[in-house]
Design a protein around this ligand. Sequence first.
Ligand SMILES: Cc1cc2nc3c(=O)[nH]c(=O)nc-3n(C[C@H](O)[C@H](O)[C@H](O)COP(=O)(O)O)c2cc1C
Length: 194
Amino acid sequence: MAAQPVIKVAGVCGSLREASWHRGLLHAAMEICKDSIKGIEFEYVDISTLPFMNEDLEVNGTYPDAVEDFRKKIEEADCFLFASPEYNYSVTAPLKNAIDWASRPPNVWADKVAAIVSAGGNFGGGRSHYHLRQIGIFIDVHFINKPELFVWAFESPPKFDSDGVLTDEETKQRLKGVLLALQSFTLRLKGKSE
Ligand SMILES: Cc1cc2nc3c(=O)[nH]c(=O)nc-3n(C[C@H](O)[C@H](O)[C@H](O)COP(=O)(O)O)c2cc1C
């Protein structure tokens, strides 16, 4: 039997907050990939060092060092897991900034698969998903449709501890479902599914 291909997932967090729930979701995803899913290499990709998008920082087709490093990680990934908080019914400014940098020529998001997870108020951050999906049209990212994961983080019981670590077992199971769908769609797009 052929060995199962290994795919690289880049985890991108839209919050810069130290005890971020969204970073907690990505760390939990990393643990799940290590412990109970075969064939996924998960890398957390930091966006906190990126400057604000400014075309004046582009010199003869090159970008600032932090941007080049970020773009390389995005280029090397097979697919993406966005942990996307909802700020005022949309995606956060840091996330949009990161997306914009990696969309500059050549657009390194293009033709890859992505999934979105979020935590928040009464829609669990869900409105950010639909704005992100719209952005995905232009940058040519193919989002999985289901399952969707919106964590109702302000409802009890608590889903995260005070450091932003995901503690809720049901949410972990749902997160695993998102990762499996992301893996399966990525392999299909790469023509490597059974
Ligand atoms: C500027 C701002 C706008 C926000 N707008 C929304 C919103 O529209 N909907 C929502 O559910 N939560 C909103 N929140 C609350 C976030 O969901 C909450 O701060 C969450 O913890 C952010 O994710 P993090 O823990 O990863 O930083 C907002 C928070 C900030 C700072």
